[in-house]
Design a protein around this ligand. Structure first.
Ligand code: PAF
Length: 280
């Protein structure tokens, strides 16, 4: 496994004559790798001749200094996990290496996908994500790039960016990987205590009940029920719960059997913010 910290060295390696005709599969990450990330890498390895993983905690997608500072960083363990999975190339640049001095965050129009949920609660988040992913795509030139459905809104936004900027990469969405208790795997789970991790399984339990409820309850009843589960809860704070069209992310007003919907949720477990979603 080759590990690069500079763009120049990465590009030179990927453009070398022995590699340049190969199909590159790319998994962008912010590190603190878990089975969810490794499942993306396994998928990537199945269909491409070279696998590239980036590890970069992207400061411009965080709107809170504290959240950025507390984001888990476990580089040596990450490298060990990637090596064991047979990853070919890792790119792990510093912030200064990634962004040159006078570069600025790009401003994207994602046709409104950016205005709700994560976009509404985390100012500038998707411009930050779009900026770093576009830069990485331009550096790595992947044939396919792999994103988890836990960040479903991010997945749609990346697809929109690729379509609008006509980037020559296929975006592959991969199913959510869950702990045995149902909690969606996330690097942020590292910040939960053992008991909070157990309690946080409530989020997925609620989503599975919501899925059942859509067959015989009104959307209003479902909302009320979800809010009630978190009301006055000592550990959890519900930031949003939305049932939305899976393609446009427009909030559902009725359930139309011809349309695919998903329920999306963001919950603070103490100071750790978790998101999850479920297809209905
Ligand atoms: O999903 C993530 O880990 C990040 O948002 C990404 C796509 C690596 C961009 O920094």
């Amino acid at each position: 496994m080759k590990v690069f910290t500079t763009k120049e060295a990465l590009k030179t390696h990927l453009n070398s004559p022995s590699l340049c005709a190969k199909q590159i599969g790319f998994v962008p990450t912010m590190g603190a790798l878990h089975e969810g990330h490794l499942s993306l890498l396994r998928e990537c390895k199945k269909n491409n001749s070279i696998s590239v993983v980036s590890i970069f905690v992207n400061p411009i997608q965080f709107d809170k200094k504290d959240d950025l500072e507390k984001y888990p960083r476990t580089l040596s363990n990450d490298l060990r996990l990637l090596e064991n999975e047979g990853c070919d190339v890792v790119f792990t640049p510093s912030v200064d290496e990634m962004y040159s001095k006078n570069s600025s965050t790009l401003q994207f129009d994602f046709d409104g996908l950016e205005d709700i949920m994560e976009g509404a609660f985390r100012s500038g988040h998707f411009n930050g994500v779009g900026t770093v992913v576009k830069l990485l795509f331009e550096m790595i030139n992947p044939t396919r790039a792999y994103f988890g459905e836990k960040d479903f809104q991010q997945l749609l936004i990346i697809r929109k960016m690729v379509e609008k900027h006509q980037l020559p990469v296929q975006i592959i969405g991969c199913s959510i990987f869950r702990e045995d208790n149902g909690l969606a795997m996330s690097s942020r789970n590292e910040r939960l205590s053992k008991s909070a991790k157990q309690e946080a399984a409530l989020i997925y339990r609620i989503l599975t009940v919501v899925r059942e409820m859509t067959t015989n309850h009104s959307l209003e009843d479902i909302h009320q029920w979800v809010c009630l589960q978190f009301k006055d809860h000592p550990l959890f704070f519900l930031e949003y719960f939305i049932i939305a069209n899976e393609r446009t992310l427009q909030t559902a007003t009725i359930i139309d059997p011809k349309i695919y919907y998903r329920a999306f949720i963001a919950v603070k477990v103490g100071s750790v913010r978790l998101i999850d979603n479920i297809a209905l």
